[in-house]
Design a protein around this ligand. Structure first.
Ligand code: GUN
Length: 291
């Protein structure tokens, strides 16, 4: 078993981005600028957004944080988005999900200027992705592709089984793994909560990608000898530590690692790659804007 080390790769990618920013600034250009909209005070969302802002500082990006109360109305949030859509010297922005129940999430995502949609969530960008057109790829699937690429994991002709069909991970991942490209060219099975006999599919998978959010869901008996196992799950489970919780993946790591050829740890696998890919998308938006 070998570890797919997201911390190490993300560090390399961030260094590449930092150097690209330094080169642009040397040419007299402004720095790339990412904004994040955070609604409410969900602990996990706050941590994610704070980390995104920290990442920007590390690579030399400008960053802005727009904090809104949990009670924000649809109209107020749409107004914030309209401003960010046209604000000068801003390259991209994200609206952290999930949003409170009173908010129509799809209307919010559709209101984002696709050229600034560095999450790759807008239907225009999602459609471009599905049609192999150049666009912003959603950061988590993009990070997984980058990981498979940089570790040179064979994907062509392999059976990739995705668990979970969310708009952020499972569904785009299933499309990307099936694209005529590397990484890709896989035969893809997209499984979800209504899949019957799930372990039949996972047991016939060369690559398993789980994005469920159920700690320890994927057990060793569900995995084929030599499979590549990618764990997107990241659930906070209460413990006695100072923080009061630990992060746990969807994979029963200690047992599955005995069978896997390659496996991502949690934390330290997909998470850091997701963060690095948001920076990569922002750099792409910046390059489009400063050509
Ligand atoms: N919530 C969980 N993951 C993400 C992400 O990649 N982008 C946004 N905007 N919200 C999220």
């Amino acid at each position: 078993m070998q570890i797919l080390d997201g911390i190490k790769l993300a560090k390399e990618i961030k260094q590449e981005i930092k150097e690209a920013v330094e080169a642009a600034v040397k040419e007299g250009k402004r720095k790339p600028h990412l904004a994040a909209v955070l609604v409410g005070n969900d602990g996990a969302s706050q941590t994610y957004v704070n980390n995104k802002i920290k990442d920007c500082q590390q690579v030399g990006f400008e960053s802005s944080l727009v904090k809104l109360p949990n009670t924000v109305s649809q109209t107020e949030l749409l107004e914030v988005i309209q401003k960010l859509n046209t604000q000068e010297n801003l390259d991209g922005f994200i609206v952290q999900l999930p949003l409170p129940a009173q908010i129509d999430q799809e209307e919010i995502i559709e209101a984002i200027n696709p050229k600034r949609d560095v999450d790759g969530f807008h239907p225009t960008n999602f459609g471009k992705m599905a049609l192999d057109m150049s666009t912003f790829l959603p950061a988590t699937p993009f990070g997984i592709l980058e990981m498979l690429d940089r570790y040179n994991i064979p994907t062509r002709g392999k059976h990739a089984v995705i668990i979970g069909r969310s708009r952020i991970v499972g569904r785009p991942m299933s499309i990307l793994m099936g694209r005529k490209d590397f990484p890709g060219n896989s035969t893809v099975t997209l499984t979800h909560s209504n899949t019957e006999n799930l372990s039949y599919y996972t047991n016939h998978a060369d690559i398993v990608i789980t994005a469920l959010g159920v700690p320890g869901f994927l057990t060793a008996d569900m995995v084929k000898e030599g499979a590549v196992v990618i764990d997107v799950g990241i659930t906070r489970v209460d413990d006695d530590s100072e923080k009061g919780y630990k992060l746990v993946g969807d994979v029963d790591f200690e047992n599955v690692k005995q069978k896997a050829s390659w496996i991502t740890p949690v934390p330290g696998g997909v998470g850091p790659m997701t963060r690095a890919m948001l920076l990569k998308n922002t750099l792409l938006a910046y390059k489009n804007n400063t050509k």
